[in-house]
Write a protein that binds this ligand. Structure first.
Ligand SMILES: Cc1cc2nc3c(=O)[nH]c(=O)nc-3n(C[C@H](O)[C@H](O)[C@H](O)COP(=O)(O)OP(=O)(O)OC[C@H]3O[C@@H](n4cnc5c(N)ncnc54)[C@H](O)[C@@H]3O)c2cc1C
Length: 408
């Protein structure tokens, strides 16, 4: 039986583990963190990601923990600069706002029920491959002196996120470029927020962006929650940290007084920092090692695609494996086809998120371009449709005008 090791029990690693186990592959997952506590903020699951969850048989469970998001709306002062309604491209489509921990927990539970061994506190630190398989080194961070063990498998999947150091060990041309901007975020409970089905944003130029994403049930409190994102340059992180939550409230008050009040009323609010980077790889595999999820193609969260792309990676991997399973070179064939099959869509979304990010997060005086672009787009139905297909995660390239999720 083929044995595949996966480094990283995040969204990509767990989804791949579930698919591959169901295909009869013996999978072992190694996770660097010893305690998978509910971390992270809200994510927007697009129709593409939802289709992948349906393939995993987990969409109903996710829906029960998520908030339905019908539209994305953003205001520059009184000017409606963003106005995207899912149902205008397909009456059955919508987004799902969900706490990352809820998505992670659902995948985790499913993997455990399938009997996938998940080795916690065991980070993969290095690997070497030969013609028959991959040898890799695992650091057990739970033991004194971090005991190091060597393991062997037929293949290794690197799914250990944006900052992967395993990716660097592959002889593949690659780049990792951190964005100069990031965000402060907090998860807040509320049962009477006036926009329970809208991802609402407010802007001042490209320098200021405040967003509130309905994020379903808070896994810590069991209440309806929202994720609040406040964009800021990395150079300001230190100043914000020193000023603490009061400093943040003062800055938010002139932009959105209701949110400032909400933050003031909330108790024990944890403010966290999100940083992001653009990761590009010329190929997603080298022989028996495959890279997927953020480790392969991290991008700015401006388009809300990262987790969706991780789920698509896992689904494509499984589909290709089931075609090649009978082949004695199934690993090599599947990984090579994965690289080819995923390239186009990933390149499109990397290009789109790289283009869009400075329009929402930069010191350049270019927000007018964003506002004019979106309002023209809103008035021209074919352009509006392409915006929406992009948001929904369905497009595979700029000229894929009739994008279909079934083709992913
Ligand atoms: C502010 C923000 C907002 C976002 N919003 C959205 C959104 O709206 N929609 C969306 O789809 N996406 C969004 N994303 C992106 C999304 O969170 C990621 O794309 C997604 O979590 C990637 O999953 P992954 O499994 O590739 O990586 P991760 O979730 O980062 O998982 C990697 C795992 O690998 C483990 N690990 C690390 N090193 C090792 C090692 N050496 N050995 C073993 N394990 C290791 C880590 O502990 C972790 O568990 C957002 C991201 C940010 C920062």
């Amino acid at each position: 039986m083929t044995q595949i090791a996966i480094a990283g029990a995040g969204i990509a690693g767990l989804a791949a583990a579930i698919h591959l186990t169901r295909l009869g592959i013996q999978v072992a997952v190694f996770e660097h963190v010893s305690d998978p506590t509910p971390v992270g903020a809200g994510l927007l699951l697009q129709p593409s990601g939802q289709a992948m969850l349906a393939e995993l048989g987990l969409l109903d469970t996710i829906q029960a923990k998520a908030s339905r998001v019908d539209s994305l709306e953003g205001y520059s002062g009184n000017w409606k600069a963003l106005n995207l309604h899912y149902q205008r491209v397909n009456p059955e489509w919508y987004g799902l706002g969900i706490h990352r921990a809820s998505l992670h927990h659902t995948l985790w539970q499913c993997a455990i029920e399938l009997g996938v061994p998940i080795h916690l506190g065991q980070g993969v630190s290095a690997f070497e491959q030969d013609e028959q398989g991959v040898c890799f080194t695992v650091n057990d961070v739970r033991l004194p002196l971090h005991r190091v063990d060597n393991h062997r498998a037929d293949a290794l999947i690197i799914a250990n996120g944006t900052r992967s150091h395993l990716r660097d060990q592959l002889p593949i041309p690659q780049s990792h470029r951190p964005y100069p901007w990031g965000a402060f975020w907090a998860v807040l409970d509320k049962d009477d927020w006036p926009y329970p089905h809208i991802l609402m944003q407010r802007y001042r130029g490209a320098q200021v962006m405040l967003g509130v994403l309905p994020s379903g049930i808070n896994p810590r409190t069991g209440k309806q929650c929202y994720s609040l994102f406040w964009s800021l340059p990395k150079s300001a992180f230190g100043e914000y940290k020193t000023q603490g939550i009061q400093g943040l409230i003062q800055r938010i008050a002139p932009i959105w007084p209701e949110v400032a009040q909400w933050l003031s009323d909330a108790r024990d609010t944890q403010i966290a920092i999100a940083e992001y980077a653009d990761v590009r790889l010329q190929s997603y595999h080298h022989q028996r090692v495959l890279v997927m999820g953020d480790a392969a193609h991290a991008m700015s969260p401006q388009l809300g695609q990262g987790a969706n792309m991780a789920l698509i990676d896992a689904s494509v991997l499984a589909k290709l494996w089931s075609i090649n399973a009978a082949n004695s070179e199934a690993v090599l064939e599947t990984f090579a086809q994965f690289s080819q099959r995923r390239r186009r869509q990933i390149a499109y979304y990397q290009m789109a998120s790289k283009f869009m990010t400075p329009l929402y997060q930069s010191n350049y005086p270019i927000a007018w371009l964003r506002d004019i672009g979106t309002s023209i787009g809103n008035r021209i139905p074919p352009v509006y449709r392409q915006y929406l297909l992009t948001l929904c995660g369905a497009k595979q390239g700029i000229f894929d005008l009739n994008a279909r999720i079934d083709d992913l």
